[in-house]
Design a protein around this ligand. Structure first.
Ligand code: CO
Ligand code: CO
Ligand code: CO
Length: 315
C-alpha cells in the first residue's frame, strides 16, 4: 500500500515507531499518537487514568512533551450507567492535568463494548527525536517499570489476584512515563521505546530486527512484579503472550538456565509499561541512579552487542 506523505513527515507509517513525527519548522516538530482499549481494571476512575497514561506514553518514549489530547469514547449507553463513563473521563482528565496536557476535544460513539483512550499531540525538536533504531555497540538497556501486568490482569479476570497484586499493577499502569522521559533528556540516549502489547522481547525485537546489532538480556536483572511469577507458574498467561512468542521466538536464543515462568513474563503483553532506554554504557549507572531517585523500580537489563546480528539472547 502506498501511504500519503511528504518530506516533512520525519517518522511515518513505514517505521515501527511509537508515534508519527511531522516537522513544522527547523526547531519544532509535532508528535502524534492514538491509543484506546477496553477496560483492564474494574474501577472506572483508575481505568481512565491508565488509558490516558498509556496514550501519553508514546510521546514520552520518543523524547517529546505531550501538549494536547482528545478523548476517544465508545460507550454502551443502553446497558451501562453514565456515572461509569464520568468516572473514566475524570480519571483521564486528572492524568492529563498531572502531565500538563490540555484537553482539546474528543469524539464519542455508541458501541456494544466500552472503550476509552486518547489521541495525543506533543512537541519535539526535530534533531532530538528518539526512535527504536540508532543503537550503538555497548549501549546498556534500562527498563523503568517492572513487567507482569498482562499476567496479573489475567489473574484479576479469573478472580485469583491478591489485593496486593491488584494495587501494585494498577499503580504501575497508571504511572506516567514523564519522569523517566525528563530524566533521560540529560543523558546520551541513542534509542528508546515503551513496553506495551508486544511484551519486552517483542519491543526489543523491533530494535534489533534487520540491524547491525544483537541484544543480550540479563533475565535475573529484569524487574518483575513479584506476584506475576507465581501466577505464571499457575498458568495464568494471557493469549497475547503466546502470540508474541510465536511471532518472535525465531529471533531469540535462550540459555538453559532461564526458567519458563520468566520467559512467559518476557513475552507478556504490557499495558502502559515502562520506557526501555538505550544509553551509552558510560552513563548507564548514573542514569539508573537518577531514575531510582525519582522512585522508579528501574534496572539495567541488558546490552547491545555486535553479534549475533538481528538476534536476542536471553541469559
Ligand atoms: Co509505544
Ligand atoms: Co501506542
Ligand atoms: Co467528532
Amino acid at each position: 500500500m502506498e501511504f500519503p506523505t511528504d518530506s516533512n513527515l520525519i517518522v511515518g507509517m513505514d517505521s515501527m515507531d511509537d508515534a508519527g513525527v511531522y516537522k513544522i519548522t527547523d526547531d519544532i516538530a509535532i508528535i502524534q499518537t492514538v491509543d484506546f482499549f477496553t477496560p483492564i481494571v474494574d474501577d472506572p476512575y483508575w481505568f481512565g487514568q491508565i488509558a490516558a497514561a498509556n496514550a501519553l506514553s508514546d510521546v514520552y518514549a520518543m523524547g517529546g512533551v505531550p501538549k494536547t489530547a482528545m478523548n476517544i469514547v465508545c460507550f454502551p449507553i443502553d446497558q451501562m450507567d453514565i456515572s461509569i463513563l464520568r468516572g473514566i473521563i475524570q480519571g483521564g482528565i486528572d492524568k492529563m492535568k498531572e502531565a500538563d496536557v490540555v484537553l482539546a476535544g474528543g469524539h464519542s460513539v455508541e458501541d456494544k463494548e466500552l472503550k476509552y483512550g486518547l489521541s495525543v499531540t506533543g512537541f519535539i525538536h526535530p534533531d532530538r527525536i528518539l526512535t527504536k533504531r540508532n543503537l550503538k555497540f555497548g549501549d546498556r538497556l534500562i527498563l523503568t517499570k517492572p513487567l507482569g501486568t498482562g499476567i496479573i490482569n489475567t489473574a484479576i479476570k479469573g478472580g485469583l489476584a491478591s489485593g496486593e497484586a491488584i494495587k501494585f499493577v494498577t499503580h504501575f499502569m497508571a504511572a506516567l512515563n514523564r519522569d523517566a522521559a525528563q530524566v533521560m533528556e540529560g543523558f546520551p540516549v541513542n534509542a528508546c521505546t515503551d513496553i506495551t502489547g508486544f511484551g519486552l522481547i517483542g519491543h526489543v525485537a523491533e530494535m534489533v530486527v534487520d540491524s547491525d546489532f544483537g541484544i543480550d538480556l540479563w533475565s535475573e536483572k529484569i524487574p518483575i512484579i513479584p506476584e506475576a511469577v507465581n501466577y505464571a507458574a499457575m498458568g495464568l498467561v494471557p493469549a497475547g503472550a503466546y502470540k508474541n512468542r510465536e511471532f518472535r521466538e525465531c529471533m531469540v536464543n535462550i540459555f538453559p538456565s532461564v526458567k519458563q515462568t520468566v520467559l512467559d513474563i518476557l513475552y507478556d503483553p504490557q499495558t502502559s509499561g515502562g520506557l526501555l532506554i538505550c544509553v551509552d554504557s558510560k552513563s548507564a549507572d548514573d542514569l539508573l541512579i537518577r531514575l531510582k531517585n525519582k522512585g522508579m523500580n528501574a534496572a539495567i537489563i541488558g546490552e547491545v552487542l555486535s553479534e549475533p546480528k538481528g538476534r536476542i539472547a536471553v541469559r
